[in-house]
Design a binder for this molecule. Structure first.
Ligand SMILES: Nc1ncnc2c1ncn2[C@@H]1O[C@H](COP(=O)(O)OP(=O)(O)OP(=O)(O)O)[C@@H](O)[C@H]1O
Ligand SMILES: [Mg+2]
Length: 360
């Protein structure tokens, strides 16, 4: 009720005005036969009206004002997780009762939003648990199958023994990767894993990512090329997270490449916006269908499940990439031509203006 522009109690005026006008007319008319002049009756009527006005206003002020203020204070305590859920200004409220109504409406919409958010979280949780159990089942049942066969007698044959234990181990490794990725994605999706920004020498980081994947590329006879155009590319980003983005993208371009395929990694300053560094990973691989391009960043989505599984993939890599880039305020752009190859692009903020912080 502490409206800055209206310090008087507007509801009191609204309540007091009608009875004041009625008593003014009524007492004026009743007094007519007893008064010498008409204007005496007018003064008497006006006096009665004013008295009634003051009485009703004071009674309303005493009884209503504090109660309305209390109701408003209760409404304003509506809990909200939304940062921008501050109450809208009640510019158009004609009196304190309408201010309370506006507050009640604001509170209702805030609570509705909170419930919607809770429903979304609950649906996300259910879906996530469903996906996880589905993904965990395959390697767990495989391990169980190999161990059961070994216990049923295959243990005596050293060759089968070795083969089955190797396969069981492969599945256990898959489970380890899967749990690590799941932990990471759930922390990213819940917003718990915030980027720790620092000035990172992008080219060093790319060399680092390439080195860690060179053996995989060699295994498949895929050649990795780093077109190091911008030698001075320093980005303002989270070092570990961007390293992971690079590793996931380069690893995909190796995994989903053709024999003797090529991968080109490139950094350059954005032609239109010099404060951004563009990074691209292009491959001459199998490519992705246009319909699937839209879906590859979805959690657990794989174009060819069996091929991806064979490679030890869980369909979380690009989803992690997308979340990391979004937490940096950036987007992943994908262009692909089935049979010819794909290009994955993203940009990062250039740290040019932060050269004082640069450490190799
Ligand atoms: N460079 C690429 N060329 C062709 N297809 C790709 C490429 N990158 C990703 N894909 C397709 O997108 C799917 C999702 O990729 P993502 O990296 O999320 O999962 P993954 O590689 O299968 O598993 P993970 O990365 O979790 O080990 C892949 O299964 C593959 O079908
Ligand atoms: Mg991947």
């Amino acid at each position: 009720m502490t409206s800055e522009k209206n310090t008087y109690f507007r509801t009191g005026i609204r309540l007091a005005l009608p009875p004041a006008i009625i008593s003014c007319i009524l007492f004026g008319m009743i007094s007519l036969p007893w008064m010498e002049h008409v204007y005496h009756s007018i003064i008497f009527g006006a006096g009665s009206g004013l008295t009634v006005f003051i009485l009703v206003y004071l009674i309303a002020l005493q009884n209503l004002k504090t109660k309305l203020e209390e109701i408003r204070a209760i409404i304003q305590r509506t809990p909200s997780r939304f940062a921008n859920a501050t109450r809208p200004p009640d510019k158009n409220a004609s009196d304190e009762i309408q201010e309370v109504m506006i507050d009640a409406e604001w509170s209702r919409s805030t609570i509705t939003r909170e419930f919607q958010k809770m429903d979304e979280t609950e649906n996300y949780r259910k879906e996530f648990i469903g996906d996880i159990s589905h993904e965990l089942k395959t390697p767990i049942f495989s391990v169980q199958g190999y161990l059961e066969t070994l216990l049923d007698g295959a243990l005596d044959d050293p060759e089968v023994n070795q083969l089955f234990l190797t396969k069981a181990m492969k599945n256990v490794n898959r489970l380890i990767f899967l749990t690590n990725d799941l932990m990471e994605i759930s922390r990213l999706e819940s917003g718990e894993l915030k980027p720790e920004l620092s000035v990172i020498p992008l080219n060093n980081l790319i060399h680092d990512a390439i080195d860690s994947l060179q053996y995989k590329a060699d295994q498949r006879n895929v050649k990795l090329f780093f077109e190091e155009k911008e030698t001075n590319a320093f980005a303002l980003a989270d070092r570990n997270q961007i390293r992971q983005v690079l590793v996931n993208l380069i690893e995909n371009s190796i995994k989903y490449n053709k024999p003797d395929g090529k991968v080109y990694i490139r950094t350059r300053f954005d032609e239109h916006d010099n404060s951004k560094i563009m990074v691209s990973v292009r491959d001459t691989g199998i490519g992705i269908d246009p319909d699937d391009v839209k879906r590859v960043t979805e959690r657990f989505f794989r174009v060819d499940k069996s091929r991806s599984r064979e490679e030890g993939g869980t369909g979380l890599g690009l989803s992690i990439v997308k979340h990391i880039l979004e937490s940096h305020g950036e987007q992943l752009a994908i262009e692909s031509k089935p049979g010819s190859g794909s290009i994955f692009r993203f940009s990062l903020k250039s740290a040019d203006h932060h050269s004082d912080l640069i450490s190799a």
